[in-house]
Each structure stands twice: as structure tokens, then as C-alpha cells.
Design a protein around this ligand. Structure first.
Ligand SMILES: Cc1ncc(C[n+]2csc(CCOP(=O)(O)OP(=O)(O)O)c2C)c(N)n1
Ligand SMILES: [Mg+2]
Length: 792
């Protein structure tokens, strides 16, 4: 087996719980068997015993689960405390649920309906599972990285005194599949974690040297080991268990160790699958000339030889416990635990076992071996030869479960009725955003105290500079602003300290969304309410999209302010312009997407957003802003504030029975206004609809259709003639608004951007891409022609 470069010594020190060490170990080993049984049975039940109605394989991962039974049992039933927060590798979901079941936090019914509607989820889910999952996992690599950002957020809250004093720091723990380390996002997060000097972080790598398709390269882990060390992590390698170590201590044991160290991963895996006979043949062939090895082989029958040769540390409870308990500081620590995929199951080590399921006969054999009587498959202690009271008492005293309620609550931060409205005749929404935050930063409101901003190296260019000048950059330590101290004039004052309220990230957008996910869960995870606002360039939402999706899936609450957007960012060209992001906003659950045109609309939305982040049935918010300065309307916004939040209002109301309306979103407002003014000569009743949120309008429309009671968009369009035409226009994909034609069966002429952008100025680009006033008028003319029976 490929040996990591620098196996760390594992000091021995075991738990100081009242039970004697040996008793405790025995109990944990018994429960470990039970966890293996329950996780395997749960999957078997779902696939073989529950009637199938659709002919689909239900699935579940018996091999991936078996691989980390010891690690997870040790963690949950002995090592973790209730303040710790854990991301369990996705395919070990059954192990997690089995442990929760033993701890009385999961019902038998949910286990029986694993992967069925309402049952335990295939991959641990914070929102869909009822048994206290800390971090959802599923898309590999994300849960791992999430723990690093959670560690950062814990420090942010602690250093600001936002957590109760007496609450100790928890450990953020990821149980990681080794192939998860192929995901680049893990390393992006490691680098960012190093910059922020994160603490209390444990990554426990289930090093079974198998991924989905294959056995991993022997040379890989030498690299990975050194990567962790280079980032300042402690690396603890758990390679061999006690039985193997004892064999190594025997006669010619060093040769045995050398043999197994040098054994290629593929051969080791194949021999694990083949069993005792295979081991014997290879050891006789390679080391049979050594008397000590001959003695060793003679002393073991095939079964016990197999047990010794597969005694890797990740399956040796005693070794695992020693390693975990030996760490008593807050240095980020990576445990590389050698394991066998499918350990204890018939397909252990087989390279194709990822999706493998035991068949009926194999399961029957496994059940006999586990000593679980028929009919008692779900019984918590059946087949364990320890008294039930002892097991119950042990489980009742598990430190992790000491606090019944691990999900914390934090009081809602009051939001004022209105936010300050920046004054100015011409302004972009981006500038308006920066000025509103700057204004908040200058005050002393509760709201401002709970806002935390973050940005992936675009803080200044997304207009957060004013806020950061006033509120400072977060850092574990006070750091001087050297440029300022040296009297070098700069508009940016970046004072770094634990009081800072801005987290500056490197460019990786993926990290931004993971940080927002962690910040956005700080109330339930750490009991500290934070109102996170993250800024980035709109096109780069796609760069971090899986992490954004992940954040929303967990119901983390945050605001994304994406600016600049669209081809309105004209000189920057196609690589910096966004087309499809409004559709992302429309399609992503849990994220209310808005595209205001004017700063007074933005102020309404920001205010509402801070409430929405905190509302029970609320969610996250995405504001798609622009750098294009627009003439600001001088008006009282309050009368339309609710409509702005609902997604749209008539900027120029249509006459009853009007035959045409222009519906626009965002920065194309001047073109829509100009076209509308020109149209009024021919179509005096034409309306101009400001769409502030296609997303909210659309969602509300569908709800209305399903549940009756109408919807905002139906009411908005009601004054128009039944055969009226709509010309929609957005600096984004036209499908964002084209659905409006279906609301009241109006004829629709959607304008927007369908091909990649390029450099230019706004007049040129809007002309080329068909968003200017002429394009809108052309579309309106075609619509009128259609209505009069002419051909477009
Ligand atoms: C982002 C992502 N890509 C692909 C998959 C499909 N997938 C599921 S498991 C897996 C291999 C996991 O291997 P490893 O992390 O080593 O887990 P284990 O061996 O413990 O099962 C893959 C590719 C996924 N879940 N997420
Ligand atoms: Mg693996």
C-alpha cells in the first residue's frame, strides 16, 4: 500500500469517561457491529424488501458505508461533543442514520423508508432529514470545504462575543471520502483556510483507496499528505491496527511490514476480496523463505490470516480512539485513516463495489454472522452479547448527545422601516448599494452590527469600499494598515482586527458561496445571528454555482449582490458579461432574485431582504445590479414598495383595454422609457411595466395557478386587452420574461441577449443585440401588425 510521506506518531491517551477503558472499548466495538448491520440492512431493505413500483434500483452504498463505520462510531459515540459540527461523506448516510437511531434521534420508520418519500435521505440533508444533520453533503467535496468556512464563522462569532461566553469552541469535522480530494474546491478552501488561520478543524479521510470507478493511484497520497503539511495542518496517519502491529513486532515482522507497505493498492484490494487463501499464496511466494513468516502463516488459519492482513487502522477501534483523543489543541488536523471499502461485507476490496449490493443469499449469511435473529433486524441491540441496560446507559451518556437541542436559535435583528436613500440625480444600482451600506456603516444600528460582508477580491470594484473603510476587515489578530501608517494616500482604509465586519477572500467564487453558506447558518450552528452580504461579478456566479446551490439546499440565509451584470458592462466584453444568471435566479429554490432599475427600488429590496433572511419561511436574496448610471426618478416610493417586493409595478399604468405593454427589467429602463414615450403617440394607452423580480412574479403566478386566489402578475396584466401584446426586455436571457405571455395568453415579443457579448459601448451593444429603443419599437410595431391581421 502506498505509504504517506510522514506518518505522525500517535500518542496514546484514551477517554476519561467513568467506564473502564476495556469496557468502553468493548461497548464501542459492539455498537460498531450494530452500526455496520443497521446501515447494511437499511440499504438491503430499501432495495430488496420494499416493493418497487417503478422498476428503479433504489441504491444506497453498502461498501462506502462499511468503510467508515469504525470512524463514525468512534466519533459520534465517544469523541465528539455536542458543540462539534460534522459533515459526513455523502455515501455514508446510512451509517449516520444508524448512529442517530442508536442515540434515539432517528425513528425506525425513517430507516425503513430510507430513500423513499419522507424517509431518511440518500445523502445527509440538513433540511430534509429530521435527525440533526449539521451539514448537508452530496456533491462531493463541498461538505469538506464547508467545515473550513464554518470554523472561520465560529471564530468570527466568538471573537466578537456573539456566542455565550461559557460555550466552548466546537470542532468542525469532515469525514471525507478519499476521492473527494480530487475536487479542486477542497484545495481552494484549504488555501483560504490557511490565510484565515482557521482553528478547530478536523478532516478524517476514509482512505479506502477506491473511488466510484477505480482503485486510486498509489502515488497520490504522498502528494496529498505533503499538501496538508504545507498548509500548516497536522497530519496523523492511521495505517495499521493492533493485530498487524503485533505481527510486525514478531519474528520477521519487519519484512511483513515492508511487504504490505510496498503492496500496490490494486493488489491489496484484490487480496482483500479473495481472502485468506490469496494472502497465503502471495506471502508464501514472496516471503516464504523467512522462518518468521512461515511461523506466522502456520499460526493462522485462512480466516484469521485474513483478519490480520485486513486489520487496517481505520477499522481498529482502539487505534482510532487513541488517535482522536490524542489531539487536544485547535490545530487543523487531517487524519488519514487506512480503510477497506466494503470492510466486513462479501465484496470488500472489490474494485466494482461502489454501487454493489449484497444479494439475498449474501445478506442471509451476513445476518447469521452478525448474530441478528430473524424478525429482529431493526432491534437496536439484537445480536450483541452485552446487557441491554449497559448499552442503554452507555448511549445515554454519549457526550455528543448530551445536549438534546443542537440547533440553536438567535434573536431576530430588528430592521428599520426604511433604509437611507442616497441622493443624486444619476446613479447606478451598484453605486446606490455601496452608498446605502456606507450609510449603515456610519450609524450604530443593531442591523449594521449584525451585517457581515464578504467578497472574492472584488470588494472595491463592487462598491463595498465605503462599508469596509468604516467597519474594517475581520482578522483573528489586529493588523496594521501599512499604507495608512506610511501615509500613502488611498481611498481604502483596511484596518484588520477581530472586530472587522468584512471577510476578504481570494478570487475563488466557490469559496465565496461556501463562506456565505456557513455565515448564513451561523444562527443554528453557533447561536449567533449574522446577516451576510456577499458581492461578486454577476457572470462569475456560474463559477461558484454548485456551492451556491449547496448553500440554498441547506437553507443558509445570505444576500448575494452581483454586480455588474449583463452587456451593460459594455467595454468589459463577453468574458465579463452575464446572460443566463437571471435564469439561475429564477430556477434556484430558496433564492429570491431581484433586478431593480432604480436606487429607490433597491433600498426597498435591501430592507425587505434583511427581514427575509431572518424570517422562518424566508430565504436568501440575490440582487442583480448594474454599473450603468441612470437618471433617478424623483418620487415617493412607499406606495409601490410592496409591489416592488412582489416583483413588479406599473411605472406607466396602461389605459383599460390597452393593446400593448412594454415590460422591462433592470438597467434597460431608459430604453424602455424612451420607446414607451415614442409609442404613446400611436398607442396612447400603452403601459410600461417595471419588473423588479421575474423570479418572485413567476413563483407567485404558479402558486396562484395551483391554489387559486390569483397572483400579482395576473392582477398586473388584468387591465390589458385580452389580445394585447407584450414586448419584454432584459439585459439577460429573454426566457427570463417570455413566460409573461402565458399568464393571460397575451402575444409576446421577448427581447434580450441570446449570444455571447463583446466589447463596445452601450448604444452600440444595445443596437447589435436588439435591446435599444428602436428594437423595442420594432417589436411593438410587429405586435401591432399582428393584431391588425397583418404579417409580422
Ligand atoms: C460532484 C460530484 N461528482 C460526482 C459524484 C458521483 N460520485 C459519487 S461517489 C463518487 C466516488 C466517491 O469516492 P470516495 O470519495 O472515495 O468515497 P468512498 O470510496 O468512500 O465511497 C462519485 C464520483 C458526486 N456525488 N458528486
Ligand atoms: Mg474512497
Amino acid at each position: 500500500m502506498a505509504a504517506p510521506a510522514s506518518p505522525a506518531a500517535v500518542p496514546s491517551k484514551v477517554s476519561s469517561a467513568p467506564l473502564a477503558k476495556a469496557d468502553r472499548l468493548g461497548l464501542l466495538q459492539a455498537l460498531e457491529r450494530k452500526v455496520l448491520w443497521l446501515s447494511s440492512w437499511m440499504i438491503h431493505n430499501a432495495n430488496h424488501l420494499r416493493p418497487s413500483r417503478d422498476g428503479l434500483k433504489v441504491g444506497g452504498h453498502q461498501a462506502s458505508s462499511a468503510s467508515c463505520v469504525t470512524l463514525l462510531t468512534a466519533l459520534y459515540l465517544d469523541v465528539l461533543r455536542s458543540v462539534d459540527r460534522v459533515a459526513v461523506k455523502p455515501h455514508a448516510s446510512p451509517v449516520y442514520h444508524a448512529l442517530a437511531y442508536l442515540l434515539g434521534r432517528q425513528s425506525q420508520e425513517k430507516l425503513q423508508s430510507f430513500r423513499a418519500l419522507g424517509g431518511a435521505q440518500s445523502y445527509p440533508s440538513r433540511t430534509k432529514d429530521g435527525d440533526d444533520v449539521d451539514f448537508s453533503t452530496g456533491s462531493v467535496g463541498l461538505g469538506v470545504a464547508m467545515t473550513s468556512f464554518a470554523a472561520l464563522v465560529q471564530d468570527y462569532a466568538r471573537l466578537k462575543g456573539m456566542q455565550p461566553e461559557e460555550r466552548p469552541a466546537g470542532r468542525m469535522v469532515a469525514v471525507v471520502g478519499d476521492a473527494e480530494l480530487d475536487e479542486g474546491n477542497v484545495f481552494e478552501a484549504m488555501l483560504e483556510g490557511w490565510k484565515h488561520d482557521v482553528r478547530n478543524l478536523w478532516w478524517v479521510i476514509d482512505y479506502n483507496r477506491q473511488s466510484l470507478d477505480a482503485v486510486v493511484s498509489d502515488r497520490l497520497f504522498n502528494r496529498i499528505d505533503s499538501l496538508f503539511s504545507a498548509m500548516g495542518w497536522r497530519v496523523v496517519t492511521l495505517k495499521y491496527g493492533k493485530k498487524l502491529e503485533a505481527a510486525f513486532a514478531g519474528a520477521d515482522g519487519a519484512a511483513l511490514r515492508d511487504w504490505i507497505d510496498a503492496c500496490p493498492n490494486s493488489l491489496y484490494s484484490a487480496l482483500v476480496f479473495k481472502g485468506g487463501e490469496g494472502w497465503r499464496k502471495h506471502l508464501e511466494g514472496d516471503l516464504g523463505h523467512l522462518p518468521g513468516i512461515r511461523g506466522f502463516l502456520g499460526a493462522h488459519d485462512d480466516q484469521s490470516l485474513h483478519a490480520v492482513m485486513t486489520n487496517l487502522a481505520g477499522h481498529d477501534m482502539e487505534t482510532v480512539l487513541e488517535a482522536f483523543h490524542a489531539v487536544d489543541d485547535d490545530l487543523p488536523t487531517c487524519f488519514i485513516a487506512y480503510t477497506i471499502k466494503g470492510f466486513g461485507l462479501p465484496f470488500a476490496g472489490h474494485k466494482d463495489n461502489h454501487a454493489g449490493l449484497m444479494n439475498e443469499a449474501q445478506m442471509a449469511g451476513f445476518q447469521r454472522a452478525m448474530g441478528v435473529p430473524e424478525g429482529q433486524e431493526w432491534a437496536r441491540f439484537a445480536g450483541l452479547d452485552l446487557p441491554e441496560e449497559l448499552l442503554e446507559a452507555f448511549l445515554a451518556a454519549v457526550p455528543f448527545a448530551a445536549s438534546r437541542e443542537r440547533r440553536l436559535v438567535a434573536p431576530v435583528v430588528p430592521v428599520p422601516d426604511t433604509l437611507p436613500l442616497p441622493q443624486g440625480a444619476r446613479m447606478s444600482t451598484q453605486e446606490g448599494f455601496g452608498r446605502i451600506l456606507n450609510d449603515l456603516a456610519g450609524g450604530d444600528s443593531e442591523l449594521a452590527r449584525h451585517i457581515v460582508t464578504c467578497s472574492p477580491d472584488v470588494t472595491v470594484s463592487t462598491n463595498l469600499g465605503g462599508w469596509v473603510n468604516r467597519r474594517g476587515v475581520f482578522d483573528r489578530r489586529e493588523r496594521a494598515d501599512v499604507f495608512r501608517d506610511e501615509k500613502v494616500i488611498s481611498a481604502q482604509r483596511w484596518q484588520m482586527s477581530p472586530q472587522g465586519q468584512h471577510v476578504e477572500l481570494g478570487i475563488a467564487e466557490h469559496n465565496l458561496f461556501l463562506l456565505l453558506a456557513a455565515l448564513g447558518l451561523s444562527a443554528p450552528l453557533f447561536g449567533a445571528r449574522l446577516l451576510p452580504v456577499g458581492t461578486l461579478y454577476d457572470p462569475f456566479i456560474n463559477r461558484g454555482l454548485d456551492a451556491l446551490n449547496y448553500a440554498c439546499y441547506q437553507d443558509a440565509r445570505f444576500m448575494v449582490v452581483a454586480t455588474p451584470s449583463g452587456i451593460t458592462l459594455a467595454p468589459e466584453g463577453g468574458a465579463h458579461q452575464s446572460i443566463g444568471t437571471p435564469l439561475v435566479g429564477l430556477a434556484l429554490p430558496g433564492l429570491a432574485c431581484f433586478e431593480p432599475a432604480f436606487v429607490d427600488e433597491l433600498a426597498v429590496l435591501l430592507r425587505w431582504g434583511f427581514g427575509h433572511l431572518q424570517a422562518e419561511a424566508g430565504g436568501s436574496v440575490y440582487l442583480r445590479l448594474s454599473t450603468r448610471p441612470l437618471e433617478q426618478p424623483q418620487r415617493e416610493i412607499a406606495p409601490v414598495a410592496d409591489e416592488i417586493v412582489a416583483g413588479g409595478y406599473w411605472l406607466k399604468p396602461p389605459a383599460p383595454g390597452a393593446e400593448l405593454a412594454i415590460c422591462y427589467a433592470g438597467a434597460v429602463a431608459p430604453e424602455a422609457l424612451a420607446a414607451h414615450a415614442a409609442l404613446l403617440e400611436d398607442i396612447p394607452g400603452a403601459g410600461l411595466l417595471a419588473i423588479t423580480s421575474a423570479d418572485r412574479l413567476h413563483a407567485d403566478w404558479l402558486t396562484g395557478l395551483r391554489e387559486g386566489g390569483g397572483s400579482h402578475v395576473v392582477r398586473l396584466l388584468a387591465p390589458l386587452a385580452p389580445d394585447a401584446a407584450l414586448v419584454t426586455v432584459i439585459d439577460g436571457h429573454p426566457a427570463t420574461l417570455s413566460w409573461l405571455g402565458g399568464v393571460a395568453r397575451h402575444r409576446i415579443h421577448p427581447l434580450g441577449v441570446e449570444t455571447f457579448g463583446q466589447s463596445g459601448d452601450i448604444p452600440d451593444l444595445y443596437r447589435v443585440y436588439g435591446l435599444d429603443a428602436d428594437a423595442i419599437l420594432d417589436a411593438a410595431a410587429r405586435a401591432c401588425l399582428e393584431r391588425s391581421g397583418g404579417r409580422a
